[in-house]
Design a binder for this molecule. Structure first.
Ligand code: BES
Ligand code: ZN
Length: 622
């Protein structure tokens, strides 16, 4: 066994030598030669044509600025119409530059190769986006909360920034940016930048982001957004009908910022605001700096899902401040963030809440591991040229990554581990990092200083071994054990469903209850549960995501109308994909039903969601 771990470690070291883990196979850019250091955007937002039109000026830093002769700049694009490229050849003097667009690649888009007269300090590109831009969702008024104004939002992670700005779309490059954005009057524009709480909807906005960020954190949203403060440095932007409910649900945001600062040092981004998007937002949240984008599906009234805010806030340290250099090391973003998230939850909402969340998450990881090939069960992923970086978006990066840090915390104790993590953030602030960087830091700052506590082989099993290492200690929760006991009593006929006291159950208890139901549960049993607890039609997406697949597998058709309504209303991938998958796997009739609902729902889905549902339904076609 031990030998195997050592082998895994040396295999890992060999791979690391062959090509640097900092290389990003998902970008055409050549950051060893030249880097964008600042970006100035000037864009018009046109809802009629569903396009952004305008210009970007990239300031460049060349590795060898003095070298003579022509030079080349390679940028990433996807579905962009490039209208003109200019090079700055002197103070305020611009000269046209020739350019070519490479062959389109399904995942990477097209490379934009610009021929420059020399190593110029700046280039200016006039361009427009496509109405199908993968990183933008254009919503007609009917799909918004007010129903009165259209709405636009971006989702750049992982590699969709290139669909709305031609740039070096790799997390190994960081730049500051400024922007002028013009919109129809009456609509508010917001960016991952210095949004002003007192901004008026004039239709002409200017932004500045003085902290350098990677491209995937570039973000814009335009809509009928209103603001309410939560504290002097935090607040909420949302459409008017959801604003007050969001303010109540996320009232603890300032307490969470303070808790994180106490653990890991000052919040370095000035303001922290939330933007509540329509339910078609394809993710739970997106950590756009200074302005996390948030799904409204976590506003359930009892704060049981506010760990999402803790998560996106935590990215202000892990991810936005210290950034994975390529998507192979996605766990450095998400595993660290899941760890910090849970520490925040423990601090603000108590140890039992944090424990419940860990039990649920760890069950999800075990489930995910059952269907992942061994090479995708490791934290440090192998390069996948031609692959989709979003394939790395699974519980291995998030929960196995978090669990590894919990393992270290348990072995070294918080008095040692907390300052260690803080130092990791401090020493790598505003830098992009690889797993190798972390391992070197870990050996130097923890293993070597506290010898005998954790071996290299134990570390290697976490980083490069498949599955869960023997050193993983499962989380436990008294409240969830009580749920287990209640479920067993019901299944064994010692109580009716109504006889279970669920009056104080929160989301995690319902989720745990449902996940523990036997696979062969009958429609009759579901009828009893539904009669007692009214799960069909629930507004809680975490419950719906578990309940509806169970109803599909058991043939409990009473849930179908509400299931279809849920799929039409919500576009968050994590919540709806399990339901589509259950339908696709069930029978030809269920597949047909899924296709029909998808057809109705698709116009309201984000392009990212649409693509994933389509792929799932295609893959299961007979
Ligand atoms: N950064 C991610 C979202 C993401 C990952 C978008 C990869 C595109 C590609 C974000 O921080 C996140 O992890 N969101 C989770 C919520 C979280 C509480 C686990 C989500 O959307 O479900
Ligand atoms: Zn995250």
């Amino acid at each position: 066994m031990r030998l195997l771990f050592v082998l895994a470690l040396s295999a890992f070291a060999t791979v690391a030598l062959a090509s640097s883990r900092a290389d990003d196979e998902h970008s055409h850019a050549q950051p060893q030669l030249v880097r964008i250091t600042d970006m100035a955007l000037d864009l018009r937002v046109d809802f009629a044509t569903r396009t952004l039109q305008g210009e970007v000026v990239h300031t460049l830093a060349w590795a060898e600025p003095k070298a003579n002769g022509p030079a080349e700049l390679v940028l990433d694009t996807r579905d962009l119409a490039i209208e003109r490229v200019q090079a700055r050849v002197g103070e305020g003097r611009w000269q046209r530059a020739a350019f070519t667009l490479g062959e389109p690649d399904e995942i990477l888009g097209r490379r934009l190769v610009i021929s420059l007269p020399g190593r110029v300090e700046a280039v200016r590109i006039r361009y427009r986006t496509s109405p199908e831009a993968s990183g933008l969702q254009w919503m007609p008024p009917a799909l918004t909360a007010t129903g009165r104004q259209p709405l636009l939002f971006s989702q750049s992670q992982a590699i969709h920034a290139r669909s709305w700005v031609p740039l070096q779309d790799t997390p190994s490059v960081r730049f500051t940016y400024s922007a002028r954005v013009r919109t129809p009057a009456g609509l508010m524009a917001l960016m991952s930048a210095d949004n002003r709480p007192d901004a008026q909807p004039t239709g002409d906005y200017r932004f500045r982001m003085p902290q350098p960020i990677p491209s995937y954190l570039l973000a814009i949203a335009v809509g009928d957004f209103r603001f309410k403060p939560l504290s002097p440095r935090a607040g909420i932007w949302a459409e008017a009908p959801v604003l007050d409910r969001a303010v109540a649900e996320f009232a603890d945001t300032e307490a969470m910022i303070a808790a994180t600062e106490a653990l890991y040092g000052p919040y370095r981004w000035e303001r922290y605001d939330l933007l509540i998007l329509p339910a078609s937002f394809p993710y739970g949240g997106m950590e756009n700096p200074r302005l996390s984008f948030i799904t409204p599906t976590v506003i359930v009234g009892d704060k049981s899902l506010v760990s999402l805010i803790a998560h996106e806030l935590a990215h202000s340290w892990s991810g936005n401040l210290v950034t994975n250099a390529s998507w192979k090391d996605f766990w450095l973003n998400e595993g660290f963030t899941s760890y910090v998230e849970n520490r925040i939850v423990e601090q603000v909402f108590g140890a039992e809440q944090a424990a419940m969340e860990n039990v649920v998450a760890q069950a999800g990881l075990r489930e995910a591991l059952r269907s992942l090939p061994p090479e995708r069960q490791v934290l440090a992923l192998p390069a996948t040229p031609g692959g989709d970086p979003e394939d790395a978006t699974n519980d291995v990066a998030y929960i196995k990554g978090q669990w590894f840090l919990i393992f270290l915390e348990q072995r070294f104790g918080r008095e040692v581990f907390d300052p260690f993590l803080r130092k990791w953030f401090d020493e790598h602030a505003f830098k992009s990092v690889t797993t190798d960087d972390f391992l070197a830091f870990l050996r130097r700052e923890l293993l070597a200083k506290h010898p005998g506590k954790v071996s290299d082989a134990e570390v290697a099993a976490w980083i490069a071994g498949p599955g869960l290492p023997d050193t993983a200690v499962p989380a436990t929760s008294a409240r969830l054990e009580a749920v287990d006991a209640a479920r067993t009593r019901w299944l064994e006929g010692q109580t009716t469903a109504r006889g279970i006291d669920t009056s104080r159950w929160i989301t995690q208890e319902w989720v745990h209850f449902l996940e523990g139901l036997p696979a062969d549960i009958s429609a009759q049993q579901l009828l009893e549960i539904d009669g007692a607890f009214r799960l069909t039609g629930t507004a809680n997406g975490e419950i719906a995501q578990r309940w509806y697949p169970i109803t599909v597998r058991a043939g409990y058709f009473e849930a179908r109308p509400a299931l279809a309504q849920f799929l039409r209303k919500v576009g968050r991938r994590k919540l709806i994909l399990p339901i589509y998958r259950a339908l696709a796997e069930q029978s030809e009739g269920d597949r047909a039903f899924a296709r029909q609902v998808f057809q109705q729902a698709a116009p309201g889905y984000h392009p990212i969601t649409r693509a994933s549902v389509q792929a799932l339904l295609d893959a299961r076609a007979p």
